[in-house]
Design a protein around this ligand. Structure first.
Ligand SMILES: Nc1ncnc2c1ncn2[C@@H]1O[C@H](COP(=O)(O)OP(=O)(O)O)[C@@H](O)[C@H]1O
Ligand SMILES: [Mg+2]
Length: 233
C-alpha cells in the first residue's frame, strides 16, 4: 500500500524550487532523498507535511488527497515531522519536549513513551533536565522521540546527521532502522551524509536542478560514486 505520494508537484517560494516531482513511499519502507545543499530537500518534506502548498500537483496520504490539509490535520492523521535543526525547546525539560509530540496521530489514544525510553534510555535518565543541555546527538534523539510519542505511521526526517558527532551518527541510523522494524513506522528522510543513506535507505531518490534525476535501488545503494554524484561537490 502506498502511504505517501507526490504527483507532478511543483512548489517553491516566489519561484518554483521543485518541478514535476513524482515520488511514492510504500508502507514499511525507508526511503531516502539525496541532493546537494539548496536543491529543495527541506522544501519537499515541508510540502509532504503541509507547511508549504504546491502550486501544481497533488499530495496523497493513505490514499486520500491531503493537498489542502494543514499540518495539524496531517499530524493527527499520523504524519510525524522532524525538522532540520531539530527545533526542540531548549528551556523545557526533556519530558516536556516529548509531551509536545502527543498530538501526532491524535486520533488514536496510543502514546509511545515506553518504546521511546527503551530506544533512547538517555532520555529517561535526563527526563527532568532542560532540552538545551543535551548534546547534538541527544537532541536529535529527543526530536525523534517527540515525533514517535504520538505513534505516527509515517516519519518525515530532515537531515538527522546534521550537527551530530560522527561517532553518534551511525547509532542514530541504526535507531531509525529499529523503529522501522519494531514499530512498523514508514520513513521518508532527506540526507547528504553518504553513510546514513547507505545504512538507512531501502531505496533512494536523487534531486538535481529541481527535479527527480534518478532513483537508486539495491546494488546502486552500495555504489558510493552513484550516490556521491548527487551530493555536495
Ligand atoms: N523561506 C524561504 N523563502 C525563500 N526561499 C527559500 C526559503 N526557504 C528555502 N528557500 C530557497 O529554496 C531553495 C531550496 O531550499 P531547501 O529546500 O532548504 O534546500 P535543501 O534542504 O535541499 O538544502 C534554496 O534556493 C533556498 O534558498
Ligand atoms: Mg534542508
Amino acid at each position: 500500500m502506498t502511504v505517501l505520494a507526490l504527483e507532478d508537484v511543483t512548489v517553491g517560494y516566489d519561484t518554483p524550487v521543485l518541478r514535476g516531482i513524482d515520488l511514492a513511499v510504500e508502507e514499511g519502507e525507508i526511503v531516502g532523498v539525496v541532493g546537494k545543499n539548496g536543491v529543495g530537500k527541506t522544501t519537499l518534506l515541508k510540502t509532504a507535511m503541509g507547511l508549504l502548498e504546491p502550486t501544481e500537483g497533488t499530495v496523497t496520504y493513505d490514499g486520500r488527497d491531503v493537498t489542502d490539509d494543514p499540518p495539524d490535520v496531517r499530524a493527527r492523521e499520523g504524519i510525524g515531522y522532524i525538522p532540520q535543526g531539530r527545533d526542540i525547546f531548549p528551556g523545557l525539560t526533556v519530558e516536556q519536549n516529548l509531551q509536545m509530540g502527543e498530538h501526532v496521530g491524535g486520533d488514536s489514544d496510543v502514546t509511545r513513551y515506553e518504546e521511546v525510553y527503551d530506544l533512547f534510555p538517555v532520555l529517561e535518565e535526563r527526563a527532568d533536565q532542560d532540552g538545551g543541555t543535551l548534546s547534538g546527538g541527544q537532541q536529535q534523539m529527543l526530536a525523534i522521540g517527540r515525533a514517535l510519542v504520538g505513534d505516527p505511521d509515517l516519519l518525515l526526517l530532515d537531515e538527522p546527521s546534521e550537527g551530530v558527532q560522527p561517532s553518534i551518527v551511525d547509532r542514530i541510523s541504526e535507531d531509525i532502522r529499529a523503529i522501522n522494524d519494531e514499530l512498523r513506522t514508514t520513513v521518508l528522510f532527506v540526507e547528504q551524509n553518504l553513510g546514513v543513506i547507505r545504512t538507512m535507505a531501502d531505496r533512494c531518490y536523487a534531486i538535481d536542478r529541481g527535479e527527480i534525476a534518478d532513483e537508486l535501488t539495491g546494488p546502486e545503494l552500495t555504489d558510493e560514486d552513484a550516490i556521491a554524484q548527487y551530493l555536495a561537490v
